[in-house]
Design a protein around this ligand. Structure first.
Ligand code: ZN
Length: 649
């Protein structure tokens, strides 16, 4: 009797203790996933059993929207609960300011063990997504100097690879609570699902990628169940953005803010009993910025001071009567990369407004495809949406920390547009009206072709890439992007004369493009136009002084022009930028030898040859320096050593 009682008390104590321990939190983001291409969202032509099963166990949000159609911007919004204009990560490689805490930061502070597993370099925190690794104990970046030519392992990881890496980490770190983020990149183009999905969906490879990503999700959910982590965990699965698939003439995503690229799936499974989930499907319009506040709410953690989203708990507890739709805002600055106007949108009460040089208004209750533009400037709803967008603009932090550290190339490109280059850009007063730039609607075919050319180029299909780029030039003979890409392509393929011509034209359109000037310098050097190469490289370095590659080439060009003093300046500048540069040291000694400063050269090379005892070039130069000093025996020894090293190679 007593024993039975004790057991009962103990089990009550144990269960209440279990209840108090914070739940594991798992976030799975599936890239480029249109909500309307998933079975539980009504798409009958696909099998997505893992997503469907999770929706059965949890809550499915039928109308969830991302504020951004671009991967790193959208993920930053999911992880911070902030709009792009609030967190500032509106372009690739823009660091996330430490001002804004992420899921990982906030849960880590509460004792969570945190790890992230990414499926593409676009989210690599060492290159394209700096700051996104904040708060993670482990962030599974890509190898920095990948030897492989294949895109797998260098640019992308298959979903199954990503989940297996996450499972390995979890098995090695069983101590909870965990926050683990898994990013499945598969549905992103190019669409290359593995077998059997490549066969089953051979006419719809995008769907094949989704079905494959679903199988990776199934593997991960199976692992969580096997380890008894599933039941008591909070699981969120969400798309980062959709895919155009030709709607509005957009092949992929990034340029437009139509539902095709902003309507995403969102499925939330609460820990057993938490929040008393009643609603299985929420029809109200919600946002991916609402996810973080929901997670903090359900795990009873304090929210940060600034959030653009709100907890979704009301939608699935009790009645849904009070929970009205949330106004969805959309922002894309990606068109700026091409020199076109950025877009802003607001969606609510059956209407979608898109601010563009030619603004748009759609009544999506009657016009789900957003094709009948009803915009009129005096429309009351348009005025209301414009006020909302102006409020967001006014709240956005001035482009201080984050924008100042955009890569130099990006700054120069934007500067050439007169848009974001100056130090105090972001204050609305000195930003010219975006409406002065071309409307992306008029440019989308160009963007499709440029995108196809980039993919073809990456695959080594140069002829196809060339055709796409020529087609762009037929649409717009002054397309800087097409001219520059053609210049790069011909430089790689060895047609240096053509390369220089294209790059020359690109620089006429945009004279401040330091990278185009560097490529032009390379092409001219190959055609033996040394003064031309010198001028191009000097121009490039004036715009972007930190380019080591351009300085190395310029140093060599000066040596060939018999201007050893100018060459020496370049190599010395390289060694200031990167003291360990072997090429910089070799170049410097070459210049010293040309200036007959044999002593300095010999000293430099003796040190270098000790550091690099297998570097034949160092011994060759050492032989020249010794011979300049009249040390014939040493010179012969160094020369013999260089010869030996070359035969060993
Ligand atoms: Zn994406």
């Amino acid at each position: 009797m007593l024993a039975g009682c004790l057991t009962a008390i103990l089990s009550v104590a144990a269960s209440s203790q279990r209840k108090e321990s914070p739940p594991d939190v798992f976030l799975v983001t599936i890239d480029t996933l249109r909500a309307d291409h998933i079975r539980c969202y009504g798409y009958e032509r696909i099998q997505t059993p893992a997503l469907d099963r999770l929706a059965q166990d949890g809550i499915r949000f039928a109308q969830a929207f991302t504020p951004s159609p671009i991967t790193n911007t959208s993920h930053t919004s999911i992880l911070t609960g902030l709009l792009p204009s609030s967190h500032g990560v509106t372009d690739f490689a823009v660091p996330l300011s430490p001002t804004y805490p992420t899921w990982a930061d906030l849960l880590h502070q509460q004792g969570y063990h945190t790890a992230a597993f990414i499926g593409a370099v676009i989210l690599d925190s060492k290159t394209l997504a700096p700051g996104l690794d904040r708060g993670f104990d482990y962030y599974d970046n890509f190898p920095q100097h990948s030897q492989t030519k294949s895109r797998w392992g260098r640019l992308e990881r298959r979903g199954m690879d990503v989940v297996e890496r996450a499972e390995t980490w979890l098995s090695a770190h069983p101590q909870g609570p965990h926050f683990v983020w898994v990013h499945l990149y598969d549905p992103h183009d190019p669409y290359e699902p593995p077998a059997p999905y490549s066969q089953i969906y051979k006419d719809r490879l995008y769907d094949g990628e989704i079905a494959y990503a679903d199988s990776a999700l199934a593997n991960f959910m199976g692992y969580l169940k096997k380890n008894r982590w599933y039941e008591n965990s909070l699981i969120v699965v969400v798309g980062d953005h959709g895919e155009g698939l030709g709607e509005h003439h957009e092949d992929t995503h990034g340029i437009f803010l139509y539902d095709s690229t902003t309507h995403v799936p969102l499925i939330l499974k609460t820990p057993r009993g938490a929040g008393g989930a009643k609603m299985k499907v929420v029809e109200a319009q919600v946002r991916t910025t609402d996810i973080l506040p929901t997670v903090l709410d359900l795990t009873r953690n304090p929210a940060p001071a600034r959030l653009d989203g709100e907890s979704l708990r009301l939608y699935f507890t009790g009645t849904n009567a009070d929970a009205s739709e949330r106004t969805v805002f959309g922002e894309t600055d990606y068109p700026l990369r091409f020199g076109w106007a950025p877009l802003r949108s607001a969606r609510g009460q059956g209407l979608k407004f898109i601010e563009a040089p030619r603004p748009e208004l759609y009544d999506f209750r009657q016009d789900a495809m957003e094709v009948a533009n009803q915009y009129e400037p005096w429309n009351v709803q348009v005025k209301r949406f414009r006020v909302m967008l102006a409020e967001i603009r006014a709240k956005a932090p001035p482009g201080g920390d984050s924008r100042a550290s955009i890569g130099q190339t990006t700054i120069d490109e934007l500067k050439a547009l007169g848009y974001l280059g100056s130090a105090d850009a972001g204050s609305a007063t000195n930003v010219p009206q975006p409406s002065l730039l071309p409307d992306p609607k008029d440019k989308i075919e160009e963007q499709n072709l440029l995108h196809r050319a980039m993919i073809a180029s990456e695959d080594g299909r140069d002829a196809a890439a060339r055709d796409y780029l020529r087609n762009v030039l037929q649409l717009d003979p002054k397309s800087h992007n097409a001219l520059r890409q053609l210049g790069e392509l011909e430089l790689r393929s060895g047609d240096y004369v053509k390369s220089a011509q294209h790059l020359n034209q690109a620089l006429e359109v945009r004279p401040n493009d330091a990278t185009a000037a560097f490529y032009r310098g390379q092409a001219l050097e190959k055609t033996h136009d040394l003064p031309g190469a010198r001028d191009a490289l000097e121009a490039s370095l004036k715009l972007m002084p930190g380019q080591i590659g351009a300085r190395l080439l310029l140093g060599q060009v000066y040596l060939a022009l018999k201007n050893a003093k100018a060459a020496e300046d370049q190599f010395e500048a390289i060694l200031l930028l990167r003291p360990s540069s072997i090429e910089g040291r070799l170049g410097l000694s070459k210049a010293q030898i040309a200036e007959e400063h044999f002593n300095e050269a010999a000293q430099q090379l003796e040190a270098l040859s000790k550091l690099q005892p297998r570097n034949a070039d160092a011994f060759d130069l050492l032989a020249q320096a010794y011979s300049g000093l009249g040390k014939q025996a040493e010179a012969q020894r160094a020369e013999a050593r260089a010869k030996l090293l070359r035969t060993l190679k």
